[in-house]
Design a protein around this ligand. Sequence first.
Ligand SMILES: Cc1cc2nc3c(=O)[nH]c(=O)nc-3n(C[C@H](O)[C@H](O)[C@H](O)COP(=O)(O)OP(=O)(O)OC[C@H]3O[C@@H](n4cnc5c(N)ncnc54)[C@H](O)[C@@H]3O)c2cc1C
Length: 520
Amino acid sequence: MKRVGRVQVAVGLDELDDDEVIRARAAKAARVPEADLPELRIVRKSIDARGRHVRFQLLLEPFPEEEEPPLGGPLPREVAGDPVIVVGDGPAGLFCAYALAREGIAVTVIDRGKQVQPRRRDLALLNREGKVDPDSNYCFGEGGAGTYSDGKLYTRADKRGPVRDVMEILALHGAPGQILTDARPHIGSNKLPKVIGAMRDRLIECGVTFRFESRVVGLVRTGGRVTGVRLEGGEELGGSHVVLATGHSARDVLRFLDDAGMRLEPKPFALGVRIEHPQPLINSIQYGRDAGHPRLPAASYRLAHTEDERGVFSFCMCPGGWIVPAATEPGGLVVNGMSLSKRGSPYANSGFVVSVDPADWEGAGFTGPLGGLAFQDAIERAAFTAGGGALRAPATRVTDFMARRASTTVPEGSYRPGFLAGDVAEVLDVTGVPLAEPMRRALRVFGKRMRGYVTADAVLVGVESRTSCPVRIPRDDESLESPDLPGLYPTGEGAGYAGGIVSAALDGMRVADAIVSVRR
Ligand SMILES: Cc1cc2nc3c(=O)[nH]c(=O)nc-3n(C[C@H](O)[C@H](O)[C@H](O)COP(=O)(O)OP(=O)(O)OC[C@H]3O[C@@H](n4cnc5c(N)ncnc54)[C@H](O)[C@@H]3O)c2cc1C
């Protein structure tokens, strides 16, 4: 009998639950009689909207004959020894701690923010009253920047084993099982905090220590090595190795490293706005006549264009989501996006950003290794002022932006602190680096690719400025340690080695492997 491997089949929207149809197509694809087809399971499910009708593409494989290893294994075990200090409980820090605990290595995780539950209350206050707590906000607190997000779990990382490991760990701690099969998995802000809390509880059971509401303000050095960290208030915590995973918004950390004479390298990042459309419009552009079918999720898109060697692209799209205030300092305005697992809001928002590099901000007078931070900050402060305070966001209809004029009215949107109609281009160009023009040209191209995308019903909301960190903290390619300070491991997005939840988690686990190899 012919052995059946993986097979790909396409099914219509109403055929997804029809086992007979799926098996008949799988048998045809595998070129075997249906009677010879083993039991199959879905490995990957994706939406195919290229034809006249939207279909699902299913990658199927026979159930394995041998027993599979348990999901998310090996589990963390009881830890012992000199603790590794992990600064930052975002995906990089948390997965680093998890991987170290799998090896029985003691860890102390320190975060300036609060646990997921009290953090949620601070976010409610932030949305209601527009007051930014510099230690508890959309970027800082347990789980890091992605905890209250769309929880998209896509990554460009191509190593399937480690990516699968991250997904299985998330599923083991309560993430929906479909993240293991969806081609574009996401968790949502209602579920991800519970997953993070469950991971923390498991680690605590193994003896890992967590210190919340503890801001690290400096590193302790002994004999040319890092031997611990100093907390605000003066307390010092010692550890054999220090993992610095403080994310793209920990400007104070970058400043204390700079003050201590550590090498920091400016690096390109991207900056722009959130663009928000009515979700039904995006559904009809992407799904055509099938828009509104109950089997179809809120539609997403991905757009990119290069204009005069400058990349302009959509970023971190949140179908059925909300725009949220993601500033970490009072007096600045930053927007980002989130959604719940059902992606049920009537709005589709996405970052719409343009790449900038050190030559841009240096040309505008923002010099030195932290010039990118000052450039970012200048635009965020201009956005705050243009919004009139209380985190109201300056907003411009897309058609007004194209016509180079301010909006006098804007449609209602998902952003709870509210919009103020105006000219977001003025904010973008405030430093003298022309950002609005390449974005206009890209919009012209995007409007041709997605008919209806450029519309008066869509608004540009300022500013999306924290797409990644404008600074890299150098580390050795092999040992992953700082060449300036042995024992220090710059990790994750804030150090310039990751972008997104999964890639930060992968970097954290990679750093854990490096530490395990020297602890053996
Ligand atoms: C609103 C929002 C939505 C997002 N949506 C998505 C998405 O859907 N999918 C996706 O892949 N990515 C998303 N991202 C990006 C993603 O969250 C980040 O890429 C990822 O979290 C980076 O992980 P990290 O661990 O490197 O850093 P972070 O997640 O930023 O974690 C850093 C941690 O360090 C702590 N910290 C900072 N300074 C100190 C200090 N001095 N002392 C102690 N602790 C400190 C912070 O409190 C924080 O918990 C989103 C980001 C935001 C803000």
